[in-house]
Design a protein around this ligand. Structure first.
Ligand SMILES: Cc1cc2nc3c(=O)[nH]c(=O)nc-3n(C[C@H](O)[C@H](O)[C@H](O)COP(=O)(O)OP(=O)(O)OC[C@H]3O[C@@H](n4cnc5c(N)ncnc54)[C@H](O)[C@@H]3O)c2cc1C
Length: 306
């Protein structure tokens, strides 16, 4: 193996870096602070044939119990900054989206309010095209700096393949920063809109639990008849379904909750059973929103009958 770049750690536990608090360690782990360091790490991983996993706030991430046999990267230092440039807000990919939303509101800049309740980073939000309450990341994004093993380059939103809760970004492409084109507004009006969103969220979703938020994406299948994944799960009687310490939340059927020491296998078992129930009842195959890291093994009932 070639010289391991400075700061790279071995056998790093990822469990605490995810909001569901489950999963095993990464063989290699680094916290780069500049885009140059990110590129150096990606080059090293590329030369060693190591897979790349990027961990933002881990709020949409499920790590295999056996861990990840590659290099996990978590952005730090200047890659977490949030700065104003006129009507623009420039954030490091590791900046927290709720902080970017709150700072923008304080600066009297509107457009990022939807991010107040999304507990992820700016990079994770770009990768996932995060959205809430009619606001969507793709709509305010002006451009990103993307790091790959080849170097870093600017990309426009039209080059990122945005769609509902997804994009074309792949594992070796790291969002090092993102700039948002916002509109001037009265700071109190922006804050009031955010307060309203917080209130609505509190009523609809459980808080203070270990979860990765929505488990399945809302299906487009006509047999769903416009119902959300949560509504289908509920109608199929999956609310409260549990395996080990993993359970579908009583308050929001599309949220898996880790009620204690749940393993990733427990979470996968709940997901497979719930998906099977929905399929048996409505013929709809729910697809996961949560991103997987490592060799995650689905239980046999994940495969649906014809
Ligand atoms: C309670 C709760 C509520 C939620 N509500 C919403 C909601 O309303 N709307 C919504 O859209 N989502 C919601 N989510 C899901 C989640 O917060 C978002 O998907 C968020 O954008 C994920 O960001 P993250 O930094 O946590 O990414 P992670 O979970 O760490 O990673 C998710 C994916 O993004 C990739 N990634 C992370 N950082 C980068 C980067 N810098 N460059 C490239 N790829 C990267 C990862 O490799 C992985 O594939 C919720 C989650 C929770 C727990």
């Amino acid at each position: 193996m070639s010289r391991v770049p400075e700061g790279v750690e071995r056998d790093y536990p990822l469990e605490r870096l995810t909001t569901i608090r489950a999963g095993g360690p990464a063989d290699w782990f680094a916290r780069p602070e500049t885009s140059e360091q990110v590129v150096e790490l990606l080059r090293w991983a590329d030369s060693e044939g190591l897979q790349i996993g990027i961990v933002g706030s881990g709020s949409n991430l499920l790590v295999a119990d056996e861990g990840f046999r590659g290099l996990a990267i978590k952005l730090a230092g200047e890659l977490t900054r949030i700065a104003r440039e006129g009507d623009r807000v420039v954030c490091g990919g590791g900046a927290r989206l709720p902080s970017a939303a709150a700072k923008s509101a304080g600066w009297g800049l509107a457009g990022l309010e939807f991010g107040v309740n999304i507990p992820g980073t700016v990079g994770g939000a770009v990768r996932m095209n995060a959205n809430a309450y009619g606001g969507e990341l793709a709509r305010v994004l002006e451009g990103v700096t993307l790091c790959t093993a080849e170097g870093s380059e600017r990309r426009k939103p039209s080059e990122l393949g945005f769609r509902y809760r997804d994009s074309d970004l792949v594992a070796g492409e790291v969002v090092a920063d993102a700039s948002f084109a916002l509109a001037e507004d009265d700071p109190e009006a922006v804050k009031a809109r955010m307060g309203e969103m917080r209130k609505r969220r509190k009523e609809a979703q459980p808080s203070g639990i270990k979860t990765f938020g929505s488990t399945f994406v809302n299906p487009e299948d006509p047999r769903a008849e416009g119902r959300s994944a949560g509504q289908l799960l509920d109608a199929a009687g999956a609310r409260g379904l549990h395996r080990g310490a993993a359970r579908l939340s009583e308050k929001h059927a599309n949220f898996v909750e880790n009620t204690g020491e749940a393993t990733t296998s427990d979470v996968l078992a709940v997901m497979a059973s719930a998906r099977r129930q929905v399929h048996d009842r409505f013929g709809v195959a729910l697809e996961p929103e949560v991103q997987l890291l490592g060799d995650v093994e689905w239980p046999p009932d994940w495969e649906l009958p014809e």
